[in-house]
Design a protein around this ligand. Structure first.
Ligand code: AMP
Length: 503
């Protein structure tokens, strides 16, 4: 029997006494005892009726038990479908109806509501608390400490992750065993992960970043993780001295920088700081380097493709860029309409092909077909340009492109200029309906109140710096930008909020 992903990540080390997870206090879990725990959960899943190919929808708090459930689901040949822990019952209903799982695993606290939803979709429900309590944990206790993984080939789905779905229905991206293993192998090499690595893991595990990039890469390398239930500055500062690597979203870095306990001394043993999922300001990159001596390695990927590009581990890391395509992955920048590659340096739509690219959207063959080119390239929906050295700069999502008076405005270009204004902490630029121009540029800004008190005072400041049609026609001061759990600015909410400001 072969189970492509499970065998490579865990099966190989099922007898290893090496440490896999380090927990608060002096507790730790070896690969062997983690494998035994995974085996018990695998038997528990089967006892709850899960069969190969079934979907298992999971909304539980991050914990070693939750991680074991991920590996167990893959091991029994089922398809793991994690949900953001912030989703409300109303939101979960859509995912359960869409995925038609045979089992939904939720927290003991949400069991009552989830049962009503699951019943309608014909799914069973089991519960799992972060301490292993709940009906799934109960079934797992007393099960055998070994199991035979189900046969799964490269092209079989291992997971369905729903995209954040800011426009239209959220889509379930099917990632195969082959996709996930190839990306883990690529990252292990590209970022030089080994058995000696200790990754400080403070990301959520319902998203590709914390679930695949972190766990799969470390497990494939045989390294260990300091596993935090969530990102808490105090805890990260406490544990950084014991880590060799850290994976984060930009917000983690800005929060760490705001704490004076972040010093070169506490990161003395860290060899790699990674950032992704949202854009890292060049300023944050430089501030982090000034403070710690470390250049953050920024990379880019998405749910459908896992990681696509990365700044080099050995070599020049260019602040403000997401680096070059990872080995074995092909990227091109095209005219969105014609599909023809644009000349180097010009902005176009980023397309990608490679073993990392997903199999398609769950039960959406037409949507899937419309997002692939005939030659197999996936259209990411990101706009980007490549510089002479092959480094890629993202300029925004295609759907965030603003067309004002017939001219294209790339939000990132304006955000960088607005961020440079004295007293501006950060900004987000969006397009809103305008009676004359079709769309107009507006900017949401977070400011230092000691320096800026009135939004209108910003109005003249971009004059002469950029063409008039690109200058924001209104500024709005906000206490903070709306961000999702992965630190991405939710531009849809901003567009909604300001949509009537000119009409
Ligand atoms: P998700 O599918 O939730 O992982 O979101 C993927 C999207 O996040 C990509 O299509 C990009 O728009 C954005 N993204 C990921 N990494 C970066 C990065 N390093 N800089 C800017 N945007 C990024």
């Amino acid at each position: 029997m072969v189970n492509v992903l499970f065998d490579a990540l865990l099966g190989m080390r099922h007898e290893s006494a090496a440490q896999f997870l380090r927990l608060p206090g002096d507790d730790s879990i070896s690969y062997r005892s983690f494998y035994e725990q995974v085996s018990r959960y695998a038997h528990a899943l089967v006892a709850h009726g899960v069969q190969p190919g079934d979907r298992v929808t999971v909304q539980v708090e991050k914990s070693p038990h939750a991680l074991a459930l991920y590996f167990a689901t893959v091991g029994v040949g089922a398809v793991y479908s994690p949900l953001n822990t912030e989703y409300t019952v109303g939101e979960i209903e859509y995912f359960v109806q869409d995925a038609e799982p045979s089992l939904v695993v939720c927290t003991p606290a949400s069991a009552h509501d989830v049962r009503l939803i699951a019943k309608k979709a014909g799914a069973s429900v089991a519960t799992l608390g972060s301490d292993g309590s709940g009906s799934l944990g109960d079934t797992a206790r007393g099960q055998a400490n070994a199991f035979v993984p189900a046969n799964r080939e490269q092209g079989d789905a291992a997971a369905i992750l729903y995209t954040s779905g800011t426009t239209g229905r959220s889509k379930g991206a099917m990632l195969t065993h082959g996709n996930l293993l190839s990306n883990a192998a690529t990252l292990k090499e590209a970022w030089a992960f080994t058995e000696d690595d200790v990754l400080l893991h403070a990301l959520p595990i319902f998203h590709a970043h914390g679930l695949f990039v972190a766990n799969n890469t470390v497990a494939l390398a045989g390294g260990s993780m300091i596993f935090h239930p969530r990102f808490i500055v105090d805890h990260v500062i406490r544990d950084l001295p014991a880590a060799t690597s850290f994976m984060a979203i930009p917000t983690f870095y800005t929060r760490l920088l705001a704490d004076e306990r972040l010093t070169p001394e506490i990161v003395g043993d860290v060899r790699l700081f990674v950032s992704g999922s949202a854009s890292l300001l060049a300023e944050t990159h430089l501030a982090f380097e000034r403070r710690t001596g470390h250049k953050i390695l920024e990379r880019y990927g998405m749910t459908e493709t896992t990681m696509i590009t990365s700044n080099p581990y050995d070599g020049f890391r260019k602040a403000g860029t997401v680096g070059r395509p990872l080995p074995g992955i092909s990227v091109r920048i095209c005219d969105a309409e014609t599909g023809k590659e644009v000349p180097p340096g010009e902005i176009g739509a980023l397309e990608v092909a490679g073993p990392n690219v997903f199999k398609g959207y769950w039960r959406m063959p037409e949507k899937t077909a419309s997002e692939f080119r005939a030659d197999g390239y996936f259209m990411t929906g990101d706009l980007a340009r490549i510089d002479a050295d092959g480094y890629i700069t993202l300029v925004g999502r295609a759907k965030d492109l603003i067309i004002s008076g017939g001219y294209n405005v790339y939000p990132k270009e304006i955000e960088l200029l607005v961020d440079e204004l004295d007293g501006v902490v950060e900004s987000a630029v969006v397009g809103v309906p305008h009676p004359d121009f079709g769309e107009a540029v507006v900017a949401a800004v977070v400011v230092d109140p000691k320096k800026i008190t009135a939004a209108d005072s910003l109005m003249p400041l971009l004059k002469g710096k950029v063409a008039k049609y690109k200058q924001p026609k209104r500024y709005f001061i906000e206490d903070r930008l709306p961000r999702n759990a992965l630190g991405k600015v939710q531009k849809t909410l901003l567009r909604e909020k300001y949509r009537q400001c000119f009409t």
